[in-house]
Design a protein around this ligand. Structure first.
Ligand SMILES: Nc1nc2c(c(=O)[nH]1)N[C@H]1C(S)=C(S)[C@@H](COP(=O)(O)OP(=O)(O)OC[C@H]3O[C@@H](n4cnc5c(=O)[nH]c(N)nc54)[C@H](O)[C@@H]3O)O[C@H]1N2
Ligand SMILES: Nc1nc2c(c(=O)[nH]1)N[C@H]1C(S)=C(S)[C@@H](COP(=O)(O)OP(=O)(O)OC[C@H]3O[C@@H](n4cnc5c(=O)[nH]c(N)nc54)[C@H](O)[C@@H]3O)O[C@H]1N2
Ligand code: SF4
Ligand SMILES: [Mo]
Length: 703
């Protein structure tokens, strides 16, 4: 049989690698990297390579299910849609629109986020619209916004080959974005670029560092302020030049006086000389590119961490120049599309804000609704939605393409909340920890089974096309949304038949904004590599870099240097809970494992969870490798086999967060059984990377 190859884009992380999917007899049989794609140039990581096994997993959801006397039973689509629509309507009638909430992932299509935005905000009239971006990129978005006035990542991947210094903070890219890591390694080898890694663990990313600053978890702001101190102290900052395009210089200068390297060394546990050495490298770099990720965002100081890192780029003039600036990778495939469509409770479509009256007016005009229909009140963040389920203020929750029962912190509390909903609708492709709690399960078509757009971390918009049929009765999420909307009575507002119609409507919301997609059509993207937004007119080739004229979208046009004081994480270690738990990722699983756990090739690499313990700590607790360990926090208990490792420092332990109880793992390995549901007050992003725990040995390992 001949294989027909289709161009597509990876649906795992937000790097957005160009892929070729080989289809034979209506099945995807092979996935490889697209040779001439500018992002990955043919390279590919483990995850998409095994996707053919995910397509053929036996337990795909193929029929809508409704809970009846405790059991989820198959029903026809008409019945499921009617059930959802009438359930939502009766809750709106009884409790009002603020009793409804939606919670999505960040792997849906831009078109799908636009539709759910229209339904929630313009039709139902609530801003309780959230997505897993809250757990992932909300702090980057907020950091960008406060520092230079817009959530607009300014650099591009081609800056990698132009840089002579990579500053990588809280990002284990060797595991989480391997294609990017390899590109960076090549640039290091070819151009002699230097690497600084800031991470409390000795990761495989830190292994290539010229300087590894192995800080205590949560202490980045103190470190960044000390780096700024040295830069200023050693005359590595051109004050006059910086003041031309930045505000706040004097305030920042005053604050960092409180952070001499000696004090930062005390707070971070990182030797003073190393901090000075790193600052000198930063000050002398010709072009510094900075990367950061969840080591920053999963913190109650997340936005301050981002601001204080952006300060370093601004202070050293490493901004808006070839090879220089911040290059934050987004977590999931369409996390940037999700942000730009406005799928968080404080946003409106097209990089607009709920609280801005002019933005509300613009959106109301575009949707042709009275402006009063758009609530001026910021909706609930996802953890506040869970609180609302507990209190009874939220009565219905619609979940699409995310698995909150496994991925939110303090999962027992989350599950109790989800179970309290009068109506829990869960739209997924597989049975998950969350579908298990649902009143209605809606089977969705997945990547390659539907058409729409993704926007990658460098603002590149790509078309991902339908190349195979979804199994059984599974439907694209966009179709499910417009069917529910119509059944709720919004027929005129949701007249769509094809995603391209939604895309064309969305484009109008982007006009003259940084996310301007006016020059994009599906036709322009079809079979080709995407274009970088803004792309304003039909023959516009896109915009690789933003703000090259050093005019920022803040009043006065200058970026903000922000003086951010360090404070401690929300909970602290003590004699009862003496260890700091960090949670994160392994190479072979993606998030809650619903897809990677179904690819035998991937699953066999790390089929079970584990806890990494430093050999010295292990000795202290008489633990040897493979021993079963009980991990207890102030909220819950998990059980995991021990893995002794020098990757973690003494006093810290690490658990990968992927392991819910399904797919042969069983109860007890989920990191979120013990994590803390507290968040950064600015971004409302949870502190997944700092939990005080104790460990005890349960039983002797097999070996
Ligand atoms: N294989 C694989 N790839 C993935 C994913 C996956 O699940 N599996 N998920 C995707 C998604 S959604 C995301 S968001 C990304 C996340 O990608 P990353 O952020 O790179 O991954 P994490 O393992 O969550 O955390 C990164 C690092 O932060 C460090 N860290 C912890 N606390 C601190 C701190 O206080 N300061 C500093 N500086 N560092 C700290 C941890 O030790 C860890 O090495 O990966 C994406 N790619
Ligand atoms: N302790 C701890 N917790 C964490 C983290 C951590 O580092 N530590 N990381 C956090 C981060 S950064 C993130 S991004 C979140 C991720 O948390 P989640 O969003 O819960 O993770 P996923 O497993 O990616 O969930 C995606 C879901 O969508 C389904 N799906 C896939 N394709 C489609 C589709 O086309 N349509 C529909 N309807 N469904 C689809 C999948 O089967 C899966 O159930 O977890 C967060 N939780
Ligand atoms: S690095 Fe990210 S985008 Fe590229 S192939 Fe791997 S998961 Fe996909
Ligand atoms: Mo993420």
């Amino acid at each position: 049989m001949t294989t027909i190859w289709h161009k597509t884009t990876c649906s795992f992380c937000g790097l957005g690698c160009g892929l070729m999917a080989g289809v034979e007899g209506g099945k995807v049989v092979s996935i490889r990297g697209m040779e001439d794609h500018p992002t990955n140039k043919g390279d590919i990581c483990l995850l998409p390579a095994s996707y053919p096994q995910i397509f053929t997993a036996k337990d795909r959801l193929t029929q809508p299910l409704i809970r009846n006397e405790g059991s989820l039973l198959p029903v026809k689509w008409e019945e499921a849609i009617l059930h959802v629509a009438s359930g939502l309507q009766s809750i709106i009638q009884e409790y009002g629109p603020q009793a409804i909430a939606f919670y999505g992932g960040a792997i849906n299509l831009t078109e799908e986020y636009f539709l759910i935005n229209k339904l929630m905000r313009a039709a139902i009239g609530t801003n309780n619209l959230e997505c897993s971006t809250r757990l992932c990129m909300a702090s980057a978005a907020m950091g960008f916004h406060s520092t230079f006035g817009a959530d607009a990542p300014p650099t591009c991947y081609d800056d990698i080959e132009e840089a002579d210094l990579f500053l990588i903070a809280g990002n284990n890219m060797a595991i989480s974005v391997p294609v990017l890591f390899r590109r960076l390694q090549r640039a290091k080898k070819d151009n002699g670029a230097k690497v600084i890694v800031i991470d409390p663990r000795r990761t495989s990313t830190a292994a290539i560092a010229d300087i590894h600053l192995q800080i205590q978890p949560g202490t980045d702001v103190a470190l960044n302020n000390a780096l700024a101190f040295v830069l200023l102290e050693e005359g590595l900052v051109n004050e006059d030049r910086i003041k031309n395009f930045c505000t706040g210089f004097d305030d920042l200068k005053a604050l960092v006086q409180l952070y001499p390297p000696s004090r930062a060394a005390f707070i971070t546990g990182c030797p003073e000389e190393k901090i000075i050495e790193a600052a000198r490298l930063i000050g002398q770099a010709k072009a510094m590119l900075t990367f950061w990720f969840q080591g920053y965002h999963h913190s109650t100081q997340a936005v301050f961490k981002v601001n204080s890192l952006l300060n370093l780029s601004l202070l050293t003039d490493n901004f808006c120049r070839l090879g220089a600036g911040p290059l934050s990778i987004t977590g999931e495939a369409n996390a940037l599309g999700n942000r730009w469509v406005g799928a968080l409770s404080h946003l409106l479509p097209g990089m607009r804000l709920v609280t801005n009256p002019q933005h509300r007016q613009e959106v109301a005009t575009l949707w042709d609704i009275p402006v009063e229909k758009l609530s001026p009140l910021v909706g609930r963040s996802i953890l506040d939605i869970i609180k609302g389920l507990h209190s009874g203020d939220i009565r219905a929750l619609w979940v699409m393409a995310t698995n909150p029962a496994a991925s939110l912190p303090h999962s027992q509390w989350v599950r109790k909340g989800l179970a309290k909903a009068d109506l829990l609708i869960v739209q997924d492709i597989f049975p998950t920890e969350t579908t298990g709690l649902a009143d209605v399960v809606l089977p969705a078509a997945q990547w390659c089974e539907k058409t729409g757009t993704f926007i990658s971390s460098e603002r590149r918009i790509e078309l991902v096309e339908k190349i195979i049929e979804p199994p059984g009765e599974a439907k694209p999420d966009y179709e499910i949304i417009w069917l529910v909307a119509r059944a709720m009575g919004f027929k005129a507002e949701f007249p769509y038949n094809q995603p391209v119609e939604v895309f064309e409507e969305w484009k109008r919301f982007t006009r003259d904004r940084i996310c301007d997609a006016s020059g994009i059509t599906y036709h322009r993207l079809q079979g080709k590599v995407g274009l970088q937004l803004p792309c304003r007119i039909p023959d516009d080739k896109g915009t690789p870099r933003l703000f090259i004229d050093r005019r920022f979208p803040r009043s006065g046009g200058r970026a903000a240097l922000l003086a951010r004081d360090y404070f401690e994480p929300a909970e602290s270690v003590d004699s009862e809970y003496p260890l700091i738990l960090i949670t994160g990722r392994v190479k072979s699983h993606f998030n809650t494992r619903t897809r990677t756990g179904r690819a035998p090739e991937l699953n066999s690499i790390e089929p079970l969870g584990f806890i990494e313990i430093h050999p010295k700590d292990a000795e202290r607790y008489s633990i040897t490798g493979d021993d079963e360990v009980e991990v207890t926090s102030r909220r819950g208990i998990a059980h995991l086999p021990a893995r002794l490792s020098n990757q973690v420092a003494t006093g810290t332990v690490f658990i990968p967060f992927h392991y819910g109880e399904l797919l042969g793992v069983g109860e007890g390995q989920l990191a979120n059984l013990v994590t803390n549901p507290v968040y950064d007050i600015h971004s409302k992003q949870p502190e997944y990377k700092y939990t005080a725990v104790k460990i005890t040995k349960l039983q002797k390992g097999k070996s």
